[in-house]
Write a protein that binds this ligand. Structure first.
Ligand SMILES: *Cc1c(COP(=O)(O)O)cnc(C)c1O
Length: 353
């Protein structure tokens, strides 16, 4: 028998969360499925999200895989082409690509084919990661519009603070001022923008995390946003023992019991993607009851306090996150965000729909 750990992927929840996006935004939906669909599995997620008008991802090989699996939707490479060899593949498989740098413009110039490519011109309105500066954009746009290989240009930007108090106002203003110069489709909205800023939905929204049923905000839960969790990571107790006041649990003596306790050991560790930096008391469900982790997370195991959970025994079901325990809550306790926990799910954890 294999280890009892498993990630259940609720595909109907994924479909449902796409409807939540549709209720918020009238725009076309470019479902973001980068990072193996935020850890949920690329093809499995794409299938559940097949009603989306497009899919955004990073790796051209993944985009080709989707085309070959029969997907006819728009496919967008969020970091664009990386090498000259990517260019003919973009045309051959009708894959759209972000263009964010002069380096990529040069790759385009070296690829002289007619009327094939669709590009998303990325503007740096304040994120300062990828994109052309607003003052560079008119010249780049002109160059793209007259380029023989380009069929369509979409103008895009990405917000740095849509999920926090600072908001999007200054970035949005820069973008709008610039975009008013052309009749082209626009795309600005990640999940936080979809949920919080209807004035910035543009023609294509680009939701990621909300599709997977987690909240982009620290101060609003996914349940409050009407989202359903998609991934539920479960395992079982593989050992239960009583310890005495003064005993310690796990590596490094990070936990010392100050009273007699019963400790359960869960078949899940950092090599499964559980965060090693989760402190004592990180929430976890045993037999459906909420309790906390104790001691340092090891590679393949972690310990939990089952003192107050009657009937906890070898084989008792454990939920690390998902249905019944929001991944946002676990992430918050561990000092990170749901994005990191979901995308860090290890390949060794079997996924089941
Ligand atoms: C990842 C990403 C998104 C999706 O962001 P979420 O916060 O997960 O909704 C949207 N746009 C770009 C450019 C991205 O890189």
């Amino acid at each position: 028998m294999s280890r009892p750990i498993q990630a259940r992927i609720d595909l109907s929840a994924l479909e449902y969360n796409l409807h939540v996006v549709r209720r918020q935004a009238r725009a076309r939906v470019m479902a973001v499925i980068k990072a193996n669909a935020y850890g949920h599995g690329l093809l499995r997620a794409a299938d559940a999200l097949r009603a989306a008008e497009g899919f955004a991802l990073l790796d051209i090989a993944d985009a080709i895989q989707l085309r070959e699996a029969g997907y006819r939707q728009a496919l967008l490479l969020l970091e664009g082409a990386f090498r000259h060899e990517d260019m003919p593949l973009l045309a051959q498989y009708d894959i759209s690509s972000v263009i964010h740098s002069t380096h990529q413009l040069e790759m385009l110039d070296a690829y002289p084919r007619r009327g094939a490519l669709s590009v998303w011109l990325k503007v740096n309105t304040g994120m300062n990661r990828l994109g052309f500066m607003p003052e560079e954009v008119p010249a780049v746009m002109a160059r793209l519009k007259e380029h023989a290989a380009i069929r369509e240009v979409t103008l895009m930007t990405h917000f740095a603070n849509a999920d926090v108090a600072a908001g999007i106002a200054s970035q949005l203003q820069k973008f709008e001022q610039l975009a008013s110069g052309w009749q082209v489709p626009r795309s600005l909205a990640n999940s936080a923008t979809v949920l919080r800023y209807p004035q910035a939905h543009g023609d294509w929204v680009r939701p990621g995390i909300m599709l997977y049923g987690a909240s982009p905000f620290a101060d609003r839960t996914a349940a409050e946003l009407g989202l359903r969790p998609v991934m539920t990571l479960t395992s079982e107790l593989i050992s239960v023992r009583d310890i005495k006041s003064g005993d310690q649990v796990g590596y490094g003596g990070m936990f010392h019991a100050d009273h007699n306790m019963r400790i359960g050991v869960v078949a899940c560790g950092y090599a499964d993607g559980y965060p090693r930096h989760a402190p004592n008391g990180t929430p976890i469900l045993v037999n459906g009851h909420k309790t906390g982790t104790v001691g340092r997370v090891s590679m393949d195991m972690l310990a939990v306090d089952v003192s107050s959970i009657s009937g906890a025994k070898i084989g008792s079901p454990v939920t690390l996150w998902g249905e019944g325990l929001s991944v946002d809550e676990v992430a918050h306790a561990a000092g990170t965000i749901s994005y990191e926990l979901l995308t860090a799910l290890a390949a060794r954890v079997p996924k089941k729909d």
